[in-house]
Write a protein that binds this ligand. Structure first.
Ligand SMILES: [Zn+2]
Length: 145
């Protein structure tokens, strides 16, 4: 009986984690990962050349030009941590350098909507293959599992 109770608790825990993950992952129009920046939405997207581009949307997902957003990233690659800086390119923020080789490592994105705002940290696992089910890159996969 004790074992059974234990099992039930485990299942409840697992389900809770699942729901949390499901509510969290949102993909944008470019199939990138949507990050909440104090109401505004920033879309993290890895280009084919491994640069990162960030698009900004208002709360209703209307595209906006990146203006006051301040974003830096740290790629925790097996070859060592690499700091990545961004610059404005048209309406987007684009990384000045490419992501280090490989994947499966964490990218920590530090973002704030204005220079005065509090910095938010987003940890993104860099998985670049396309998910067959939702068609998004794996880092922006919106599937349940
Ligand atoms: Zn998926």
């Amino acid at each position: 009986m004790k074992t059974l109770l234990h099992l039930v608790t485990l299942i409840a825990l697992a389900t809770g984690t699942l729901f949390a993950a499901e509510a969290k992952v949102k993909a944008g129009p470019r199939k990138g990962l949507i990050l909440d920046l104090d109401g505004k939405q920033a879309e993290f997207f890895v280009e084919k050349d491994r640069t990162i581009s960030i698009a900004v949307y208002d709360p209703a997902m209307k595209p906006q030009a990146a203006t006051t957003e301040v974003i830096t990233a740290t790629a925790e690659a097996p070859s060592g941590k690499a700091k990545i800086e961004f610059e404005k390119k048209g309406d987007l923020l684009v990384s000045k350098t490419k992501l280090p080789e490989g994947e499966g490592y964490q990218v920590v994105l530090q973002a704030k909507s204005t220079p005065e705002a509090k910095t938010k940290n987003f940890r993104i696992k860099l998985e670049l293959h396309t998910c067959k089910e939702c068609g998004n890159p794996e880092y922006a996969c919106t599937c349940d599992e």
